[in-house]
Design a protein around this ligand. Sequence first.
Ligand SMILES: Cc1cc2nc3c(=O)[nH]c(=O)nc-3n(C[C@H](O)[C@H](O)[C@H](O)COP(=O)(O)OP(=O)(O)OC[C@H]3O[C@@H](n4cnc5c(N)ncnc54)[C@H](O)[C@@H]3O)c2cc1C
Length: 389
Amino acid sequence: MINFDFNQNCYGCRNCENICPKEAIKITENNEGFLMPIIDKDKCINCGLCDKICPYLNFKNNTDLKKKIWYSCYWNDIKGRNESTSGGIFPVLAKYFLDNNGLVCGCIWNEEMKPIHILTNNIEEVNKMKGSKYLQSDISNVAKQIKEKINDRIILFTGTPCQIAAVKLFVGEHKNLYTCGLICEGVPSYKVWKKYVNSLEKKYNSKMKQASFRNKELGWDSPVAKYKFDNGKERKTLSFTYDKYVIGFLQGLYYRNSCSNCQYKGDGHNSDILIGDLWGATKQQLEETKYKGISAVILNSDKGKDLFEKVENNFSYKKIVPEKVIKYNRLLIQAIKKNKNRDKFYENLDNMDIIQNISKNINENKYKNFIKEVLYKTKVFRLVKDLKK
Ligand SMILES: Cc1cc2nc3c(=O)[nH]c(=O)nc-3n(C[C@H](O)[C@H](O)[C@H](O)COP(=O)(O)OP(=O)(O)OC[C@H]3O[C@@H](n4cnc5c(N)ncnc54)[C@H](O)[C@@H]3O)c2cc1C
């Protein structure tokens, strides 16, 4: 029976719940809103299955990540890429699976603005997977669904590195299973995000129906947070400097504790293809991509290499040295340090207004950020940014 400090180390993948033959493990939200196992010892028969598929207990280092193939890469279809968060690598991979009678498993918003994983062969649902949802997605029982179908179809699973590990442990190595992992700094809980959504819904007097944390209207390097409501209203602000939720996310204010202890970093990554943003892209690269996004792509296994070769004519790509990627994306190789205000933030989660709680616990230069927001609202932000460069 799994037995370790869940609060510090459990990744919330639900593998234990999904494997238990006696339904002795239930996954429930803790006070912070993170999914954690609760074990009914009376029902447990000590079969040990949960121990065997837990990504915390079964971590294994992969081989040297820096020795793999590293590319800067973007999808040539500029309209398609514009709808993705980074260089639009995921939709190209996904299309290959749909075109070859395969299935795709990834994350969409459900009606309650909760990120959930689904398994599908429907292009419209796959399109909803585009865009990073910056909080933990509930992967429910998709690993079980994948296991049931994997003998008959090729399947692409996309998700955070801990989710990749979970699915691989549950399904086992299988020639039909392909995995595309995201470089991941950490995941907040749904409870935090839901409180933020509720506060915006109150302000706009309407239910939120769409959220994009990284809209590219100003370019990939200056993301806009865009929220749409049922009554037709829209809220748009500079994402990294004016959207309180995103600022708190980037400062690691509300990550799961396991993110600070994450083992799936650097050589721990075990997806076939690993993708993320190419932060630190040069001005030349920004211009070449028309400011619509560029990715770092790491081909981490032979399977990943084969898959990339099948779709490479959709991409513009070049070899890049790992150091150039890592320099601007340290969390690719190391877990994020726990934010010193994290616990204080969560202590007040139920009794303080969410915006107030975030504002009290983040570092921000309000004056500078306000000026940037004014420049954005007056439509000169991009111009001023380019002139400054
Ligand atoms: C929580 C989180 C943290 C991240 N941190 C970093 C980082 O520190 N550095 C970095 O370079 N990149 C990070 N990324 C990855 C980056 O934001 C892009 O998702 C990635 O580059 C893919 O871009 P794309 O244009 O190819 O995909 P898109 O077409 O935008 O597709 C998005 C893909 O992400 C998946 N996805 C979306 N939200 C989630 C979620 N909540 N959980 C699991 N899967 C999800 C979808 O299923 C889909 O496969 C993070 C992503 C997430 C979700």
